[in-house]
Structure formats: structure tokens, C-alpha cells
Write a protein that binds this ligand. Structure first.
Ligand code: SF4
Length: 683
């Protein structure tokens, strides 16, 4: 049995170390956890263990395909050379027609966070200006809030939570989305520490917590302010920290004391006794860890919610604590792969024209000089995950050519003209870093590519060769450089950031990214300067200068239910939905309070239609008394049977996000719908 080491490259907190087991016939027969990975310690989630089925799945796209006629569903096999020539000729023709590749838009998704998934972007950067979809759909508001308040969260090792006496899990559900962190939570409790979970409904994580506090959707900021107000009144805030390490406290605290506490209670939905209990526990339990999940910033007031939580962490004196403090996805991750890949280039690279991922259909339509004529999707299922999906579909129909690079015929690939089959992390080499535990490692190649699949690097190199074959000298992307040679050219970056002088040291397993020398041994979260309870920078982004109360959006009368799509351990956005092993409970269900069902004459298991002004989706009803009566919740696969639940998601921006990523995030949780019993099409 041949053994190789891998890093799971999915958009997941854990970025697990994996071991591939390959038999004498060159087949991947087992995937297990890498026991040498000091964070994931030899364990994977169910998705990781299902990789063997994923890799050899009968529906996997294993050779290039072309759809003729367009949108007909009639797919034909095509050779790599023929497919690449169609794409290369179209690119050259557009470049000649418009004077640049600006009419070509690249959309890169989070299906794979390996460095080489940047290959196509750098191929285009090496040709000239083009159009790049940018931004973070999910976490832009949170990152910007931290930037405003204290220059970004300085990375803390997540196992450091173990050293705190109290953990506030705020809208995070690690039992479903970050399973390895559950070990730290378990140990913390065994050592006598307490865990309080704040969320809109009890989750799989609730079972492992000491207290569950139910908060109204989008009311997290109100709750943080209510707790902090209580601490100010009881004089339990950390005035030493406030005096030495912050600015703006006077203005913020005097505003806070004037706020009507009943308003904070109404907006948060948390009564004064619970507020007082949390405030007292924070005051008595230093060091305290705070882990805000990403969901609570997916509201129109999401950035402001996060700023209020930041203020609570700061004023309670926990930003400087060794064990406690604020834990969040590493802000440096946003630019990491770009930094690594660009470090290997000595030739000129061009900057792209940026369009926002958060409102892609609208942004692409606004590009008129020149207009977009060609789209390339890589690791992206935007037609299932994005916003205003139906408009986006129409936008794709206007293209002269659309290409998707993927493993399966996803909703997005299905409306493309050409699909290029991509390798998985077992069929090619790559370098992968995590955004939670901060380790970086190498994917070795375990097996030959399945069918005619190619890595993103190989696809870009083949395309570059084709472009240069048609128009010699048009593209300077390194066509012949092997993965090993790329790794070698990353050496200066690896020396500075991982403190290794040879990439092969990563073959033994993932290593930690090093903080800058001046930050070593520094347990403070504050990335730069002093903590800002007041910042005029916020005004530039349309937010108040202090983290004051901004109420969550109210549902319109025609669509009185907030529609929330939540995560389960078995899926990751739209990924893995083809894997039978994860399908035991295919949840086409929408959960609702029994009182809602009764009012609408709906019984358990009935077919219901959920709809709003931009779309509708059909599901089965599930009655759940834990679901508030103004909310509908689904844990469905997001791309279930090509009927994406996000067909109901409008372009609704978060209040912050444009500073770091260039564009606001998406207020997914401000999706409002109505429902009715019956079949699709109403009634
Ligand atoms: S999906 Fe996440 S938890 Fe599962 S194997 Fe991959 S990185 Fe690990």
C-alpha cells in the first residue's frame, strides 16, 4: 500500500491533514486522518472519509465536454486540444476586437483553496488587463469590522481557548462546521471551564455547552451592547485596558448609558436576567474567549453586530489575555495565495478590472466599456451559491462563450459551453494553507488523474501553450514549470513565512505559518495601534463612528418569514452533494414552528412552496418547535437536484466589507419569503 500526505483544500475551518492509501493497482482505496497533523490529529469529518467515493464517482466529469447546441443539455466529449483551441481563439479574437482581455471575466470560487487554483488568474494577469470577480460572499463584513476596530484580528492559535475559563460561542456551530475544535471545547469543560452558546436556535453544538442563549436573528449586536452596558453599570469593565490601550471610550460609553435597555432587550430577544448572568460570568471568569461565527455578520447590520461584540471583548479586558480573546478566521488568509503565487513571478503582471461577487449579475451588466463576452468559472458554483441567480443565468446566456472547470456538472457547469475536468487533491500536487489553525502543507500526488482530468495549473499551462501556438509571444505564463519547480520558486516566501529553506520539509506534514518577528510571543489580538471604540473611518463606509445599535431588517408584509439556510456536517455549501455515503438523510425539508403550520393548514411532510419576488422552491415541511414562528430554516443541500435554495437570495449587501475585499458581503440571512401548501406554481 502506498501512502501519501494531503491537506483537505475545502472552504472549511479545519483544513485537515489527510493520508491517502493507494493499492498496487494505483487506486485510492482509503482516506484517513494524518495523525502527525497537530491540530486535526488523525481525524476527518464524514466528508473527508468519503473522498474515495467522491474521486471515483460515476457522475464525475472525467474528460472535456462541449454543450451543443448551447443550453440544450446535449453534452459531447471533445479532445483537450480542440476545447483549448476554441477557448484560445475566442480569447485572442476578443483581445483583437476590444484591445484587451477586459471582456473576459474570471470567477473563482471557494471549492478549493490550493495555491495553484490561482493559475488561471495569473495566466490572465500575464497577458494583460481582464475582469476579475472579487470579494467574499460570506465573511467580508466581519473582517472589515475588525479592521475598523483594531486593525484586524491578530491570529491566535485556536487551541488557546483551552486556557480560558469561559468560552462564548457566538453564532458558531463547530459540531457541524469545525469538528476538531470540539476537542478543545470538550477539554475546556473537563478542566472546569464553561461554555455559553449564543445562537438563534439550539444546534448540534448545544449539547456540548453549559448554557444556551437564544438571540433574535441580527440581534447579536444588541445583546453585546446590553451585556456591556450591564458591565459598565456594575463597574466591571477593565478600565486599565480602556485607559492604556483604547480610544473613544468616553463617547461610546456615554452613548451606551443613554440607550433604553428595553430596546436592547427587544432587539436581542434576551431578557435582563440572562444579560446580567452573562455579564457577571464574563467579569468573574477572565480570561474569556469569544468565538463569533460567520453567520452573525450575514445581515444588513452584520458588520455593526461584529463591532459591538468587539467592543465587549475589548472593554471586558480580554483582548490582551493569553488564554482568552477573540478568535476569528485569519484575516491574512485573504491575500495569502496571491502573495505566494505572485512571489514566483519575475515577469510583468497586470491588474484586473474588479467586479463584485456579491452582485455579480448586476456588476457584469454594468461593464460596458468593453462589455463582458466570455466567462470562466473555476471551483465556483455561483449559480447555486450566489445572489440573484436567475439574472445571473440570463447574463451567462448573453456570453459568447462560458467555461467551467469543475469535478461535476454543477448548476453552473450545466449552463456553460465547455467543461474542463479538474483533478482532486489526490491527483495533483498543491500547497494549501488554513484560515483557522494557520498551518500550511503540501498535497502530494497519490494517484494518476482520473480519466483525462487535469490540475488547474496544467489547464492554465495547456491554454497558455495554445494561445502562444496561435499568437506567438502573447502569453508569458510559465508553461513548462513543474509543480516541484513552482514549489522551489516559492522558497523565499516559505523562508520568511514558514521558516523553512526547502519546500520538501512540508512533505512530512503541515507546518505553522510564522507571525512577523515583532509579533512573536504577543498574545494581544490588536493588530495595530489602540482599540477604537470610536473611529471616523466607519463613517466613510456608511456606519456610525461607534458600534451603536442598528436594528436588523424587518420582513416586508408580503414575505413575513426570514429564510435561513444552515450548515450540517455532511455538506459544505454545494459540495459533496453527489456522494451517496452522505445522502442517508437527504433533507429536502424546511423546518417551521408548528403554529405556522397550523395557521397555514400544513402538516408534517406536506409539499410546500417557499417563494418571494425573485423565485420559488418546493420542499417538504418539518415541524420543529425550536424554530421561531417568524423563521423558516433548511439544512438542505444548497444545490439539491439543481434547484438551488439561493434562488430566493436577492442582492442584499452587508453594511461593511468593501474595505478589505473591495465589495460588501451578502446579507444571506436577510432573505424573506412566504410559503404555501401545495405544488410548484402556487396553491
Ligand atoms: S471538509 Fe473540513 S473537516 Fe472535512 S476533511 Fe475537509 S477540512 Fe477536514
Amino acid at each position: 500500500m502506498q501512502i501519501t500526505k494531503h491537506i483537505c483544500p475545502r472552504d472549511c475551518y479545519d483544513t485537515c491533514g489527510m493520508i491517502a492509501h493507494v493499492d498496487e493497482y494505483g487506486r485510492l482505496v482509503k482516506v484517513s486522518g494524518d495523525p502527525d497533523h497537530d491540530y486535526t490529529q488523525g481525524k476527518l469529518c464524514c466528508k473527508g472519509y468519503s473522498y474515495t467515493q467522491y474521486v471515483y464517482h460515476p457522475q464525475r466529469v472525467t474528460f472535456p465536454m462541449i454543450q451543443e447546441p448551447r443550453f440544450s443539455g446535449n453534452w459531447k466529449r471533445i479532445s483537450w486540444d480542440d476545447a483549448l483551441e476554441i477557448v484560445a481563439r475566442k480569447m485572442i479574437e476578443l483581445k483583437n476586437r476590444y484591445g484587451s482581455l477586459l471582456p473576459m471575466a474570471l470567477v473563482r470560487g471557494p471549492g478549493n483553496y490550493g495555491v495553484f487554483t490561482k493559475s488561471m488568474e495569473f495566466l490572465l494577469r500575464s497577458i494583460g488587463p481582464f475582469t476579475l470577480a472579487s470579494g467574499s460572499l460570506c465573511i467580508a463584513a466581519g473582517w472589515d469590522a475588525h479592521l475598523l476596530d483594531f486593525g484586524g484580528v491578530r491570529y491566535k492559535n485556536p487551541t488557546g481557548m483551552l486556557n480560558s475559563n469561559l468560552l462564548l460561542l457566538w453564532g458558531a456551530n463547530p459540531a457541524a462546521t469545525a469538528i476538531h475544535q470540539m476537542a478543545t471545547i470538550q477539554k475546556l469543560r473537563e478542566h472546569g471551564g464553561k461554555v455559553i452558546l449564543i445562537d438563534i436556535i439550539p444546534t448540534a453544538t448545544s449539547l456540548h455547552c453549559d448554557e444556551f442563549i437564544r438571540v433574535h436573528p441580527g440581534g447579536d449586536g444588541a445583546l453585546a451592547l446590553a451585556i456591556l452596558r450591564q458591565m459598565v453599570i456594575k463597574n466591571t469593565v477593565d478600565y486599565s485596558f480602556i485607559k492604556d490601550h483604547s480610544v473613544g471610550w468616553e463617547a461610546f460609553s456615554s452613548w451606551l448609558l443613554q440607550v433604553d435597555p428595553q430596546e436592547l432587550i427587544n432587539v436581542s430577544g434576551v431578557d435582563e436576567h440572562k444579560v446580567e448572568m452573562i455579564a457577571d460570568q464574563i467579569a468573574e471568569s477572565k480570561p474569556v474567549s469569544f468565538w463569533p461565527g460567520s453567520g452573525l455578520q450575514r445581515y444588513a447590520n452584520g458588520g455593526q453586530n461584529m463591532r459591538a461584540i468587539d467592543a465587549l471583548v475589548a472593554a471586558s479586558g480580554n483582548l490582551y489575555s493569553k488564554g482568552g480573546g477573540l478568535y476569528f478566521q485569519n484575516i491574512d488568509f485573504w491575500k495569502l495565495n496571491h502573495e505566494i503565487f505572485s512571489s514566483a513571478f519575475s515577469t510583468k503582471l497586470y491588474d484586473p478590472r474588479l467586479v463584485g461577487l456579491n452582485a455579480l449579475a448586476k456588476e457584469l451588466g454594468a461593464c460596458q466599456n468593453p462589455p463582458i463576452k466570455l466567462m470562466w468559472f473555476t471551483s465556483s458554483n455561483y449559480l447555486a451559491r450566489g445572489t440573484d441567480i436567475l439574472s445571473m443565468k440570463k447574463r451567462i446566456a448573453e456570453m459568447e462563450l462560458t467555461i467551467a472547470v469543475d469535478h461535476f456538472l454543477t448548476s453552473t457547469a450545466a449552463v456553460s459551453d465547455i467543461v474542463f475536468p479538474a483533478t482532486t487533491c489526490f491527483e495533483c500536487q498543491d500547497l494549501v494553507a488554513g484560515y483557522w489553525h494557520n498551518k500550511i502543507g503540501i498535497n502530494q500526488q497519490a494517484i494518476e488523474p482520473v480519466g483525462e482530468c487535469r490540475s488547474e495549473l496544467k489547464i492554465s499551462q495547456s491554454l497558455s501553450q495554445m494561445i502562444n501556438h496561435i499568437e506567438p509571444g502573447a502569453c508569458s505564463f510559465p508553461e513548462e514549470r513543474t509543480s516541484e519547480e513552482w514549489f522551489q520558486s516559492f522558497t523565499p516566501w516559505l523562508k520568511t513565512n514558514v521558516e523553512i529553506s526547502d519546500y520538501r520539509e512540508l512533505l512530512n506534514g503541515a507546518l505553522p505559518l510564522q507571525p512577523p518577528a515583532e509579533e512573536k510571543g504577543n498574545s494581544c489580538n490588536i493588530a495595530s495601534g489602540k482599540y477604537k471604540f470610536l473611529t471616523l473611518e466607519a463613517l466613510k463606509q456608511g456606519c456610525p463612528e461607534i458600534p451603536s445599535l442598528i436594528n436588523p431588517m424587518e420582513p416586508p408584509s408580503a414575505y413575513p418569514y426570514r429564510f435561513l439556510v444552515l450548515h450540517r456536517a455532511e455538506h459544505l455549501n454545494t459540495q459533496f452533494s453527489t456522494v451517496d455515503w452522505l445522502q442517508e438523510n437527504i433533507l429536502e425539508e424546511v423546518c417551521m414552528n408548528p403554529s405556522v403550520a397550523q395557521r397555514l393548514g400544513i402538516e408534517e411532510g406536506d409539499t410546500v412552496v417557499i417563494y418571494n419576488e425573485i423565485g420559488e422552491i418546493q420542499m417538504y415541511s418539518k415541524l420543529d418547535k425550536d424554530v421561531p414562528s417568524d423563521i423558516l430554516i433548511t439544512y438542505s443541500w444548497q444545490d439539491l437536484f439543481k434547484k438551488p435554495v439561493n434562488v430566493l437570495t436577492k442582492v442584499q449587501e452587508t453594511d461593511l466589507g468593501q474595505s478589505l475585499t473591495g465589495f460588501p458581503g451578502v446579507a444571506y440571512h436577510d432573505t424573506f419569503v412566504n410559503l404555501t401548501r401545495g405544488k410548484k406554481g402556487g396553491g
